[in-house]
Design a protein. Structure first.
Length: 74
């Protein structure tokens, strides 16, 4: 199921998305999470917590779902 993630800035990072969606408890566990769980950004495997996510990007997180970044109101 696709879940829209509304942001108010030009981009957010992958680490911020994981915290914002309560997939991880804190920034301290993001690195370990990214090493253990396959994540695809627009179909490409990604493990950098600083990866910038922009309007329209699709993020597939194994066992958690698919998220689409959307600038609030667009």
């Amino acid at each position: 199921m696709l879940k829209k993630v509304f942001i108010h800035t030009e981009f957010i990072t992958l680490g911020q998305l994981l915290k914002f969606e309560n997939i991880v408890e804190s920034g301290g566990v993001v690195k370990d999470f990214l090493n253990e769980i396959p994540i695809k950004v627009n179909g490409v495997l990604e493990n950098r917590r600083g990866k910038k996510l922009y309007n329209g990007d699709l993020i597939e997180i194994n066992n958690f779902g698919t998220y689409e970044i959307s600038i609030n109101g667009h």
